[in-house]
Design a protein around this ligand. Structure first.
Ligand SMILES: *Cc1c(COP(=O)(O)O)cnc(C)c1O
Length: 396
């Protein structure tokens, strides 16, 4: 059997057939089984924050793997404390729980909402448990995540969902105001809707949600799984909006390619979780946390937030110019920093043509061709990707 046949025979058929087998990566580039080189603007879906195999990240992971890998949460470990401190330093006074994925981080948030609702109801469960989410959201594939994700392609075949979810229209504050009632424990939205095609929350919407939640004693929980960890040019995307949430879910970019998720909870609510109330075997291992600490170190040392800000100030107008020059292919550009998409009339066709021409991009909802470069992209690499975008648009 070839590698391809073996994969396609034994891996569960829950994904569309893959177009390539990838063997090797370095920085923004990857190579396939035929030795063909690609500029990778997917990066594991906004996950390889430092690109592929950043030497410092590799060194830290290797050293930690040879020192202490996993001890469970029956014991403290140094790296988990350091990482929790670093995330809280950036989010505000609070505490952090570690897990392994975005869906798990969001499960933690939904459990927080239940605990908060119980507290508000004088210790009675099930009275105040509603969570108001957004239409077109994506929060993951667990039952909690699916229940918060009102899309047929996610929920179909798996019903019944959990109850207690209501859905407002993203960026329509009035629709959320109408749904937050005396049964509501939390509002839960993505700061930038990622899978739905990179739709940022507006300033008015997020600030309005903050006000609404504070007035009604409801938690504001933000899913930063895709847009967080520097991707927008600020460490957390909500920093652009000047709001502080009560809790945050993060994952994807946090480990720079190593699986890790986290839930940050503001001090005021962190005490709702008591010993034994939540847990995981693998969360916060020394190995996963050292990978993540390496990501945060490099973001600081190499000035990557500034790099994203500087390059995206050039990237976005250039993308807009490509879209404007090819109205038969593209209708516009959306996003912030390196969390950005060209909007295409037929995004699957554009993604396939770009791949043929050596640029990997990720399709998303609402016509998005997502461009998710590593935060340490260089200007030359950006220009090489733009040249492929331009020439592909001309061919289509
Ligand atoms: C990817 C994603 C998730 C789910 O993360 P997994 O690690 O795949 O479980 C949740 N929320 C958002 C916004 C995401 O982009």
């Amino acid at each position: 059997m070839t590698t391809e046949q073996r994969y396609d025979t034994y891996s569960l058929g829950n994904y569309a057939k893959a177009p390539l087998t990838l063997l090797r990566g370095r920085g923004v580039r990857v190579w396939d089984e035929r030795g063909r080189e690609y500029i990778d603007f997917i990066q594991g879906i906004a996950t390889n924050t430092l690109g592929h195999c950043h030497p410092y990240w590799v060194g830290q992971v290797q050293a930690q793997a040879a020192t202490l890998t996993h001890v469970s949460n029956l014991f403290r470990n140094e790296q988990q404390g350091l990482l929790a401190e670093a995330l809280a330093l950036r989010a505000g006074p609070g505490r952090v729980f570690f897990c392994n994925s975005g869906a798990e981080a969001n499960e933690g948030l939904l459990k927080l909402a239940r605990l908060h609702g119980r507290e508000l109801s004088g210790g009675r469960e099930g009275v105040r448990h509603k969570v108001v989410c957004a239409l077109n959201a994506f929060h993951g594939r667990t039952f909690g995540g699916m229940s918060a994700t009102p899309q047929e392609k996610i929920q179909g075949g798996f019903r019944p969902m959990l109850d207690g979810f209501a859905f407002g229209e993203f960026n329509n504050l009035a629709s959320f105001e109408a749904l937050v009632d005396e049964q509501t424990a939390a509002v839960f939205v993505e700061t930038i809707q990622g899978e739905s095609g990179i739709l940022p929350a507006t300033m008015n919407f997020l600030q309005g949600l903050r006000r609404l939640c504070s007035e009604r004693g409801v938690l504001l929980m933000l899913d930063e799984v895709q847009c967080g960890i520097g991707r927008t040019g600020r460490f957390y995307a909500f920093e652009h909006h000047g709001v502080t949430p009560d809790a945050i879910g993060m994952a994807k970019g946090l480990g720079g390619g190593f699986p890790i998720g986290a839930m940050w909870i503001a001090d005021k609510y962190a005490g709702l979780f008591k010993p034994g109330s939540h847990g995981t075997t693998f969360g916060g291992t020394p190995l996963a946390c050292s990978a993540s600490l390496a990501v945060l170190d490099v973001i600081e040392r190499e000035g990557l937030l500034e790099n994203v800000q500087a390059l995206s100030a050039e990237l976005h107008p250039r993308l807009a110019a490509i879209a404007a020059a090819h109205p038969a292919v593209f209708s516009g550009v959306r996003g912030m920093g390196f969390h950005v998409a060209l909007v295409a009339h037929d995004n699957a066709k554009v993604v396939a043509a770009l791949r043929t021409n050596g640029l990997l991009t990720a399709p998303g909802g609402n016509g998005a061709v997502r461009l998710l470069p590593p935060l340490n992209l260089t200007r030359d690499e950006m220009l090489a990707a733009l040249a492929i975008l331009e020439s592909t648009a001309t061919q289509l």
